[in-house]
Ligand binder design. Structure first.
Ligand SMILES: [Zn+2]
Ligand SMILES: [Zn+2]
Length: 113
């Protein structure tokens, strides 16, 4: 049974606003190298990348274990290539601290910062 009576109305024309934000530079060579190590397989769950990009390469995301905002380094010893699901879990999941520890013991090149 579905009841849509309480569905919020939403907005036909949501307004736009500008946000100023500071981005941290990431070395493209690190990203490339880490992706190559992963070879299309998520370093967290060992599943194949969920899809390919326009250029046919597998889609994985780079996650910095100690985040760059927290002054983590942009080095291969602090970065992993993960699928979007694992990436979100590493940021927002209730078990993210356990996941983080798991990554440190799973991926040899990682060094705790
Ligand atoms: Zn994964
Ligand atoms: Zn991340």
């Amino acid at each position: 049974m579905s009841n849509t009576d309480d569905c919020p109305e939403g907005t036909q024309t949501p307004y736009k606003y500008e946000v100023r934000k500071t981005e941290i530079h990431r070395d493209p060579k690190i990203k490339e190298w880490v992706l190559k190590q992963a070879n299309g397989i998520c370093e967290c769950c060992d599943e194949k990348a969920p899809f390919e990009k326009d250029d046919g390469s597998p889609y994985l995301e780079i996650h910095h274990l100690k985040t760059l905002v927290d002054d983590g380094s942009d080095k291969a010893s602090n970065a992993i290539a993960v699928c979007p699901n694992c990436h979100s879990e590493l940021h927002h999941g209730i078990n993210r601290h356990t996941q983080l520890e798991k990554m440190y013991s799973k991926v040899e090149r990682l060094i705790k910062e």
